[in-house]
Design a protein around this ligand. Structure first.
Ligand code: ATP
Ligand code: MG
Length: 196
């Protein structure tokens, strides 16, 4: 089985994440995509809302897609989430699965700085998708990474979780930037300072 891991902080999950996952699934015939919120990513401050809420929003976002799943490992483990540790565990638990990891262009450019990236790049393929703000360039990567990264096309979506948090806090609409069920969850939970 071919499984794409869609990792992120998902604070909140938005349509850019959904389209990245669906585009990678479609381009490479992935059987499933597992959405995995990180607890605390190495490159970020602690997320604004709890891991559990980010996991619940992710579950709302994927509801109804026949091949999307959530993976709660990093949130459950707590602490700083290192992808390399999670992927090693995934391969031990599911030795028969063929894993890839879906990332946007900003993360493709940042790959050389990922913790123990040489080890990680030996364990799976990265599927990079375009994202406004950073050129999706495999050639710009060091040699050992060029062979570990493939790309998939997606419509440019100029939306980030940061933009959504800022808009919500400022009283601007975030409707349709997140899946409807995620919007309902945010309003229901009163997070991000949203005014319905
Ligand atoms: P933040 O603004 O908090 O950093 P974000 O929108 O960048 O949030 P993340 O959770 O950091 O979302 O991203 C998870 C993954 O999704 C990363 O690989 C990122 O590159 C990718 N991604 C996020 N938004 C988009 C988008 N609009 N288009 C393509 N890829 C995206
Ligand atoms: Mg980001």
């Amino acid at each position: 089985m071919k499984v794409g891991i869609m990792g992120g902080t998902f604070d909140p999950i938005h349509i850019g994440h959904m389209l990245a996952a669906e585009s990678a699934r479609d381009a490479y015939g992935l059987d499933e995509v597992w959405f995995m919120p990180s607890h605390i990513p190495p490159h970020k401050e602690d997320a604004g809302v709890t891991g559990l809420m980010r996991l619940e929003m992710t579950a709302e976002a994927i509801a109804g897609h026949p091949s999307f799943r959530t993976l709660d490992w990093e949130v459950k483990r707590g602490g700083v989430s290192y992808t390399v540790d999670t992927v090693r565990e995934l391969r031990n638990t599911y030795p028969e699965h063929d894993f890839s990891f879906i990332i946007g262009a900003d993360m493709v450019a940042y790959l050389p700085k990922w913790d123990r990236i040489t080890e990680l790049a030996g364990m799976l393929t990265f599927i990079g998708v375009n994202r406004p703000g950073t050129n999706l360039s495999v050639e710009a990567l060091p040699d050992f990474l060029q062979t570990a990264v493939v790309t998939a096309e997606m419509p440019m979506i100029e939306i980030s979780s940061t933009m959504i948090r800022n808009r919500a806090a400022a009283g601007s609409s975030i409707r349709y930037m997140v899946p409807d069920r995620v919007y309902d969850y945010i309003v229901r939970s009163g997070i991000y300072g949203i005014q319905p």
